[in-house]
Write a protein that binds this ligand. Structure first.
Ligand code: HBI
Ligand code: FE
Length: 289
């Protein structure tokens, strides 16, 4: 997810679908150590903060064994569970390439890993974000169907000129989604589970709003790519998310044509408010500039 302009033909060495070999044997001991450091930090924090399907996915793929996982190894288990595959790509790929992979149950993942100096912040998705963050949820059959539906929806959104609206759906669910459970709010968004600071902020800080998921509302809401989200959207269940995504978005896009965006961090009278944030975090950041 990025506004960065991407070239439209694959770089040298990549296949026409932009995939490359992971080249697992080429990772250095330092690369593996970065993964393990991040992994241990996050799994400890996520024990009672991530949703059950995410934690189950970590177990199912045996991501506990340390070091950057070999995609060929995790693909055996992932394929058996939900028919998904992880494929390596050089970085961000063009939207149509991205959607084609998702629609065919392939998740494009970066193969490079951040350096030890960049543990907490990074612009482009690396293998820790893509594999630790995204792949565990793909072991859940309902979420697996949702991601495929999203890929198909992306292909249609491109032809209808509504990519910006659909990208917001990805951002507010796949990347930054929260889920309501009998035990309380839990994280399923990949952008959150791969970030130490946002894992705490999204659940425990008084600043952000936590609002009930509503497809149209969420597509009207811009997102931050450079900082924590001012608002998080809470789904009642993965089934509800899948059901919402399987409807025809055509009429929804028509409705959106007549509706203004809702400013980031705003709350409307129609919102289901689980927590009304005081927005102090983003106010302090704005006044410091
Ligand atoms: N490419 N590798 C990669 N990862 C992404 O998350 C990604 C992408 N290309 C396009 C894209 N995301 C977004 O622009 C779409 O989801 C809208
Ligand atoms: Fe991501």
């Amino acid at each position: 997810m990025s506004e960065i302009v991407k070239p439209h033909s694959p770089p040298a060495g990549a296949a026409s679908d932009w995939t490359i070999d992971q080249g697992w044997a080429r990772y250095s001991p330092e690369d593996h150590q970065v993964w393990t450091t991040l992994y241990e930090r996050q799994t400890h924090l996520l024990e009672d903060r991530a949703c059950e399907p995410f934690l189950r996915g970590l177990d199912a793929l045996d991501l506990h064994r340390g070091g950057i996982p070999d995609f060929n190894r995790i693909n055996i288990e992932l394929q058996a569970l939900t028919g998904w595959q992880v494929v390596a790509v050089p970085g961000l790929v063009p939207d149509e390439v991205f959607f084609d992979h998702l629609a065919n149950r392939r998740f494009p993942a970066g193969r490079f890993i951040r350096t030890a100096e960049q543990l907490d912040y990074l612009q482009e998705p690396d293998v820790f974000h893509d594999v630790f963050g995204h792949v565990p949820m793909l072991t859940d059959p309902v979420f697996a169907d949702y991601m495929e539906a999203y890929g198909r929806g992306g292909q249609r959104a491109l032809t209808k000129g509504h990519l910006a609206h659909l990208a917001r759906l990805y951002w507010h669910t796949v990347e930054f989604g929260l889920m309501s459970t009998p035990e309380g709010l839990r994280i399923y968004g990949a952008g959150i589970v791969s970030s130490r600071a946002e894992t705490i902020f999204c659940l425990e800080d008084a600043s952000p709003h936590r609002l009930a998921f509503d497809l149209v509302r969420l597509m009207r809401t811009p997102y931050r790519i450079d900082d924590f989200q001012p608002s998080y959207f809470v789904i009642p269940s993965l089934e509800a998310l899948l059901t919402a995504s399987l409807q025809d978005f055509g009429p929804i896009y028509e409705e959106l044509d007549g509706l203004a965006d809702i400013p980031i961090g705003a709350v409307t009278p129609q919102d289901g408010v689980l927590h009304l944030g005081d927005q102090t975090y983003h106010q302090a950041r704005a006044s410091a500039q």
